[in-house]
Ligand binder design. Structure first.
Ligand code: GLV
Ligand code: MG
Length: 366
């Protein structure tokens, strides 16, 4: 039992008070880089203005004999880089690895004041978050930090999926959850060999025409391997006021399928995805920023609905409290992103002017 009153008390004397709301900062793309790779680290200053989140990866993809170099590289890069409005995150090693403890013991005192979020891989249940939560509080207190470092879990084990609701609500430190399709596939013993995306064998075929043989040509469509998990994750996150993300898409050349996966995630409620290569950055920016035409429509509905009660018809479509709330999500996201992205701000402003003109023309025609 834990009293609700204790939930927002710091877990160590002198640690900063937990946040009551996850701050909504744009995080359309969480861009991964290997801080131990000097060539990659040298490109960081040019990357910073292009991405919402820069993530120094210490876990998978960093070889065992480069773990310490990656950690040291992250300290160097974080101290030397002017991050502006871009967030700095890290993905630490998994809690059962020989490196996770030193990752936290080094990073929090070293760059805790610059680190927004710690991504924890292979989270299996609330117990993993509780462990990190207390340890972070102790380290924050010791380092004299004044704001808490937030925690992001990767959903990439079968146990994690079974426990996703308790993970999402395990601590006020929880910022969000990402789908980790590669490790999740392995943990579930799926028979795929990919990082995210679909599979041509996972499909549904239409019924045969009456009397036709079973091998007659029939339309079939690939289904989304990740729909169930993503939808469950989005519900768990929304229920606990934290943010859901698609994770990695490994086929860097297949920008079309990557964009499709990202868009499905966006439409289902996710706010961003990981980018593993610079080619994926513009895809994520495009997909996770609402379309200007949708923003214009949302603003139009909001304006027409006044105080949000009752119902109105716009272009033959019924609007009520529920569409008003959906439109507020779209318009609110657009405003938050526009505050960070001047190009988007211009696109949304143009769409707004267009709608006003359209409204005036429609009113005049009535
Ligand atoms: C990400 O870490 C994944 O396993 O997909
Ligand atoms: Mg993984």
């Amino acid at each position: 039992m834990r009293s609700a009153k204790d939930f927002f008390r710091p877990l160590a004397v002198g640690a900063p008070a937990p946040l009551r709301e996850v701050p909504f900062r744009p995080s359309r793309m969480i861009h991964f880089f290997d801080p131990g790779n000097e060539k990659m680290a040298a490109k960081v200053p040019a990357l910073v203005p292009q991405v919402d989140v820069l993530l120094g990866n210490l876990e998978d993809a960093v070889p065992a004999d480069r773990k310490e170099a990656a950690r040291a590289g992250l300290l160097r890069t974080a101290r030397a880089t002017d991050l502006g409005a871009t967030q700095l995150w890290t993905r630490i090693n998994s809690l059962d690895s020989p490196w996770a403890l030193d990752d936290l013991l080094t990073l929090v005192p070293g760059i805790g004041d610059r680190l927004d979020v710690v991504m924890v891989p292979k989270v299996e249940g609330a117990q993993d978050i509780h462990y990190v939560d207390r340890l972070l509080a102790q380290l924050e207190a010791k380092a004299g930090l004044t704001r808490p470092v937030l925690v992001h879990a990767i959903l990439e084990t079968a146990a994690g999926v079974a426990n996703v609701e308790e993970i999402a609500g395990a601590s006020p430190r929880m910022q969000g959850i990402s789908l980790g399709p590669a490790d999740l596939a392995a943990s579930r013993r799926m028979k795929t060999t990919r990082v995210g995306g679909g599979h041509p064998g996972y499909l549904v075929r239409e019924d045969p025409a009456p009397g036709a043989p079973a091998d007659a040509p029939r339309a079939s469509h690939q289904q989304d391997l990740w729909h169930y998990t993503l939808a469950r994750m989005v519900d768990a996150c929304a229920a606990h006021g934290i943010l859901p993300y698609y994770g990695p898409f490994g086929d860097i050349r297949d920008t079309t399928a990557c964009e499709d996966q990202f868009r499905n995630a966006f439409l289902l409620g996710c706010v961003g995805a990981w980018t593993l290569h610079p080619a994926q950055i513009p895809l994520a920016r495009r997909v996770f920023s609402p379309d200007p035409a949708d923003v214009a429509w949302a603003r139009r509905v909001i304006a027409a609905m006044g105080d949000g009660t009752g119902a109105v018809m716009i272009d033959g479509r019924m609007q009520d409290d529920a569409t008003y709330k959906q439109c507020q999500v779209v318009a609110g996201l657009a405003d938050a992103l526009a505050a960070r992205d001047p190009e988007l701000a211009r696109a949304y402003a143009r769409a707004h002017i267009h709608t006003d003109a359209y409204d005036t023309a429609t009113e005049a025609a009535r």
